[in-house]
Design a binder for this molecule. Structure first.
Ligand SMILES: Nc1ncnc2c1ncn2[C@@H]1O[C@H](COP(=O)(O)OP(=O)(O)OP(=O)(O)O)[C@@H](O)[C@H]1O
Ligand SMILES: [Mg+2]
Length: 313
């Protein structure tokens, strides 16, 4: 039997003056499903999740959570969702345990749950640290802990790892992966990070300008491109310009002058690789380094929009 979706978003539109922040989004999330809303700055991600969280309201369309709407069932919905905003402000005068206890008291939860959550988000050693003294990663884990206090059926996380270094990011991922295994929580996560969506989510919706560009499981999104590989390379020579790569029917080299890095798509790398090395040789260029990797969501995003998901990449 197919279960009812926990969250259903139907043709939602939300504008700010002349900006259509969310322009007709529809999607649903089932129990236990981890969904990513992936998109660049200004895509409409925060606006969309804040409407699910009941912080903003749609101009048009419906949002149904566990069969209910914010309009009719505010209290019931609050009981089943946990959320962490894009920027969370804490009281610097409280320590980790006191902060969690304060939030726990809003839900009428006791000390046991606070202890469980401290454990879950790996903040045991920091339980007595003032929030002001936490690292960025620890603050994010505290925000995640607050979101998890009431054992939510639906967890909403708005860019939970933006600004974190790779190690801190992985710590957040491992907590979420554990949650996926052990609890029946559903997750709606917004992110700029392709890898985050790939690592955590069963279903990915790529949005830009408030609209869906493409959606599906990771496999579905990459299936049309299956088999394609990307070759990235650097050269020994310095100050190379794109003109250094004359037109060639087999290779369409994209050369990034700032980074002095090139890439190209390979369909059959076994036969194309020797030809490419030969081509470089005839261009009078010497390979320094190369890497062949599978097509990623970022490559797909570039195909869809012509740009990287991070403007500075
Ligand atoms: N309160 C507001 N007033 C006016 N415009 C707004 C408001 N909130 C959002 N917008 C605009 O709506 C669009 C979507 O913004 P939103 O914050 O939802 O994007 P986002 O995908 O979360 O971006 P980011 O990745 O930078 O967090 C942007 O063009 C933004 O400038
Ligand atoms: Mg945002």
């Amino acid at each position: 039997m197919v279960s009812q979706p926990l969250v259903e978003v139907v043709d939602v539109i939300k504008s700010f003056k002349d900006v259509k922040a969310v322009n007709g989004l529809s999607f649903s999330v089932r129990e236990g499903q981890f969904l990513a809303l992936l998109g660049p700055n200004g895509a409409g991600k925060t606006t969309m999740v804040e409407m699910i969280e009941g912080i903003q309201f749609p101009d048009k369309g419906d949002i149904i959570i566990d069969g209910k709407t914010w309009h009719n069932h505010e209290e019931e919905i609050h009981r089943i969702i946990g959320l962490s905003l894009q920027e969370t402000r804490f009281t610097d005068k409280l320590n980790v345990r006191e902060t969690l206890s304060l939030f726990a008291s809003f839900y009428g939860l006791g000390r046991d749950r606070v202890e469980e959550v401290i454990n879950l988000v790996n903040l045991d050693e920091k339980r007595k640290s003032y929030v002001v003294n936490l690292s960025g990663g620890q603050r994010q884990r505290l925000a995640l802990g607050i979101a998890l206090l009431n054992n939510p059926k639906i967890l909403l996380l708005d860019e939970p790892t933006t600004g974190l270094d790779p190690t801190a990011r992985r710590e957040v991922w491992s907590i979420l992966k554990k949650l996926k295994k052990e609890a029946n929580t559903s997750l709606i996560l917004t992110t700029h990070y392709m890898e985050e969506a790939e690592q955590l989510c069963d279903y990915i919706i790529i949005i830009d300008h408030g609209k869906i560009l493409k959606e599906g499981t990771l496999d579905q999104l990459l299936i049309t491109e299956r088999g394609k590989k990307i070759l990235e390379f650097t050269l020994k020579e310095e100050g190379i310009k794109p003109e250094a790569f004359p037109d060639n029917n087999s290779f369409n080299v994209q050369w990034d002058m700032d980074k002095q890095k090139g890439n190209l798509e390979l369909i059959k790398f076994e036969s194309q690789l020797p030809k490419f090395l030969n081509y470089l040789h005839t261009c009078g260029l010497t390979l320094e380094n190369m890497e062949i990797r599978k097509l990623s969501l970022d490559d797909l995003f570039i195909d869809l929009t012509g740009r990287h998901i991070h403007e500075n990449e």
